[in-house]
Write a protein that binds this ligand. Structure first.
Ligand SMILES: [Zn+2]
Length: 124
């Protein structure tokens, strides 16, 4: 049986000192490693056309990043879409957080309109 894995088994999402949750490695990773698809352009003509994979959704921004997004032209599962992979650009030690520079879009334009929870009401 093949299990769907949203992340490489060497990576983990956990609380970050940078902001909220972050993407971390459990093992040492060399520079120049392709960690997989991070962003996919759906090609829809209006609005937010780019969706993030689990890999692309949790890394934090850094001005001194250890990863970068790279346009993928390989025969991968998303080959029919403009998309990006996350690559390491430095050697990263086990336990370190993976970071990249946010350049694909202005994150502030993507405030989620649906993330409101009424914490006053419990479950009855
Ligand atoms: Zn690809």
């Amino acid at each position: 049986m093949v299990l769907y894995r949203p992340l490489l088994p060497e990576l983990v999402i956990k609380e970050s000192k940078i902001d909220g949750m972050g993407l971390f490695t459990k093992v040492n990773i060399e520079s120049g490693i392709d960690l997989g698809p991070s962003h996919i352009d759906t090609g829809v003509k209006e609005g937010n056309t780019i969706i993030r994979t689990p890999l692309g959704g949790f890394y934090n921004h850094s001005d001194t990043p250890n990863c970068e997004r790279v346009v993928c032209n390989n025969e991968c599962v998303y080959k029919n879409f403009q998309h990006w992979h996350l690559h390491t650009i430095k050697a990263i030690g086990a336990g370190e957080e993976l970071t990249a520079t946010y350049t694909l879009y202005d994150v502030s334009e993507h405030e989620e309109p649906y993330s409101t929870f009424n914490t006053d009401e419990g479950i009855e």
